[in-house]
Ligand binder design. Sequence first.
Ligand SMILES: [Mg+2]
Length: 251
Amino acid sequence: MLKAVLLDISGVLTEDGEALPGAVAAVERLQASGLSLRFLTNTSRRTSAAVCEELQRLGFDVAPAQVFTAPGAIRRHLERHRLIPYLLIHEHLEPEFADLPRGEPNAVVLGDAEQRLDYAHLDAAFRLLLEGAPLLAVGTNRYFRQAGTLHLDVGPFVRALEYAAGIEARVLGKPSGDFFHAVLEDAGVAPGEALMVGDDVECDVAAAMAVGLEACLVQSGKYRPGDESKAPGARCEANLADLVEALLAGR
Ligand SMILES: [Mg+2]
């Protein structure tokens, strides 16, 4: 029985800072249905608090505790393991890590750092990795979509550092199974009782199915025709509004 719905944010609820058509009402219907909702994003340009405030500003009915971001998961990991990070992240994300202990870094945190992903910064991260620092990544997404254009995401940079240092990154956002399990634990449901909704067939849909969730690919955001073939068995709907309509009608 379905007890929880996990919603990817970018490309499902929003695009370019605007709510997608019908998404606000669809979330309202889901919240009213008694299903547990969690909002997931690998965005590495904003803090969890900023993500929640942005959704609320767009009219979405969402509470801070329902928002799970990859940087938030990395921050909890750093605290738990008492690691001091070398932060290769977007400047807007710095507040997420502001009150962690300072000192000689012994972990590399890699996000979508945009202009900071230059040779000097990647080279400094590479040397820390050679000394044994773990590489903590927000995700392995290949690209994201902004203003109608696809752009390089963090994944290609994760792979570059892994290749150079001969190590494997620990991914703490989607598509990591750990990330989905943390969200399910918070919602108090088993994998088979949850539905993940996303526009990224690999990091949202196939990844959730790999840990036992049901999943729905929506044909909004970064969806490209033919993506369905990469996640056989996944549900597919034109957008969130259509999915919610069908779910609440018991289809
Ligand atoms: Mg997305």
